[in-house]
Write a protein that binds this ligand. Structure first.
Ligand code: C2O
Ligand code: CU
Length: 471
């Protein structure tokens, strides 16, 4: 047996829905239970191949922590900061009010060591989400500070026989478990600084045991800061991507789908009816595939209706009106016209909290590099949008690297690309390859300053971020 995950007692909600959940150290947070406490602190975690535990940062001493909430039910969490530096929680991909967005100096004050902050919101959309800090992210997330948030959809009941969350993340560690520097200038100025140890759920590639003929839902999250795996799946009777960034989509083939940092994919698998059948989920980006998970069948076969479609209930999101949409243009560029950084550094010099500020700038959006935020510091918005109005944004990548671009507080539809025929799908993070122009469409959400940035965090933290102001 591998040690990456262990069988847990069934969650109340899961059991009620008839889902046999085999979850990595799950923590249920059902509505009505009162606020969940999330204590951010250091915790030991033994990574595969290391002689000593690494000094992870995590929530509640569990890695990866998984919270399960219900769509449309109020949720509250109190973040307690037991770390030596300030932090906050950004609820990635959730369409929630700006005050809950978790960006220090921007949507809230940083939560200082020993302090706490209460988040409360009602998740409007079901799906596979995650949460993470938003300053010093390269180091905080580099040490593991992130958690999984599953927003359950009561309409999913009975669709799957089993489900499993798979959190993909690399680590920069030495043999003795100590962390190496999380960022290098050479990496930040190129494709990012890669980890040297690859894990799923903090361990070696897990083996998932299911019954012959089972329908399995895999909730995949890439919370790495840098790597962009390309998914491949072989051995299943059927396998489809059924949700992108948590949002149900028209099912499409798994093979070749690229999952950039912060991106999620829900896969639906139907396993062969025989005992001992094996399926393999791999990263097939390089010529030598890298195993992410193995699925084997054991026990009594599942009785199933062969005609049952492999789809999730449709996403219910505001549909942009493409004809009436306003137009936004973004250019992702290397270098910048240095208006902000030099001036800020000069005027505000010492005394600044540099957890949220960078000293080096390599990237920009529309030639504006945003070096970060601090007390009283704020760049100008990239655009001003009207709440409720539709927009089409074209994102052009003028750099030699691929960028996973994320917009806070919105779920957008990818509607076009100059490099391939896209199947329109909803997401909150989209890959833009070199020279590509990707078109996304969305309805401007609730008022706020919504960040738009690359989720290769070193790119974000060295200039490739900005924000859209919705009024
Ligand atoms: Cu998951 Cu601003 O990010
Ligand atoms: Cu990038």
């Amino acid at each position: 047996m591998h040690s990456g995950f262990s069988r847990r007692s069934l969650l109340k909600a899961g059991a009620a829905m008839g889902i046999a959940a085999l979850l990595p150290r799950a923590a249920a947070a059902a509505a009505g239970d009162g606020p969940v406490t999330l204590t951010a602190g250091e915790m030991p975690h033994l990574l595969p191949g290391c002689s000593e535990p690494s000094r992870f940062w995590g929530y509640n001493g569990t890695w990866p922590l998984e919270l399960r909430v219900r769509r449309g039910q109020p949720f509250a969490a109190v973040l307690k900061n037991a770390l030596p530096e300030h932090t906050a929680i950004h609820w990635h991909g959730l369409r929630i009010p700006f005050a809950m967005d978790g960006v220090p100096y921007f949507s809230q004050d940083p939560v200082e060591p020993g302090q706490s902050f209460r988040y409360a919101f009602t998740p409007p959309d079901p799906g596979t989400f995650f949460f993470h800090p938003h300053c010093d992210t390269v180091a905080q997330l580099g040490r593991g500070l992130a958690g999984v948030l599953i927003v359950e959809d009561p309409r999913d009941a009975g669709l799957f026989d089993q489900e499993q969350t798979l959190v993909i993340k690399d680590w920069r560690v030495r043999k003795d478990g100590s962390f190496r520097e999380f960022s290098t200038a050479a990496g930040a100025a190129k494709a990012g600084t890669f980890g040297n140890l690859r894990t799923v759920n903090g361990g070696a590639a897990p083996t998932i045991v299911v019954r012959p003929g089972a329908r399995l839902r895999l909730r995949l999250l890439n919370i790495d800061l840098t790597r962009i795996p390309m998914l491949g799946l072989r051995g299943a009777e059927r396998a489809m991507v059924v949700a992108t960034d948590g949002n149900a989509c028209a099912p499409f083939a798994v093979d070749g789908w690229r999952l950039g940092p912060a991106m999620r994919a829900d896969l639906a698998l139907v396993m062969p009816m025989r005992e001992g059948a094996e399926a393999f989920l791999e990263d097939i980006w390089s010529s030598k595939p890298h195993l992410l998970a193995r699925i084997v069948t054991r026990g009594e076969a599942v009785r199933r209706d062969p005609g049952q479609p492999l789809t999730l209930p449709a996403a219910e999101l505001p549909e942009p009106d493409l004809k009436a949409a306003g137009r936004l243009d973004f250019s992702l560029l290397a270098g910048h016209e240095d208006a902000g950084l030099a001036a800020w550094a000069k005027e505000n010099g010492g005394g600044l909290d540099d957890l949220c500020l960078t000293r080096q700038v390599f990237w920009s959006i529309n030639r504006q590099a945003w070096p970060g935020m601090g007390p009283g510091l704020k760049a100008d918005p990239l655009f001003e949008l009207k709440s409720g109005r539709s927009y089409v944004a074209e994102i052009f990548n003028g750099t030699p690297h691929t960028h996973p671009m994320h917009l806070h507080g919105h779920t957008f539809k990818v509607v076009g690309s100059t490099e391939e025929d896209v199947r329109p799908h909803w997401c909150d993070t989209v890959l833009v390859r070199p020279k590509e122009r990707v078109r996304i469409a969305f309805v401007a959400g609730t008022p706020g300053d919504w960040m738009f940035h690359c989720h290769i965090t070193e790119h974000q933290e060295t200039g490739m971020m900005g924000y859209l102001r919705v009024i």
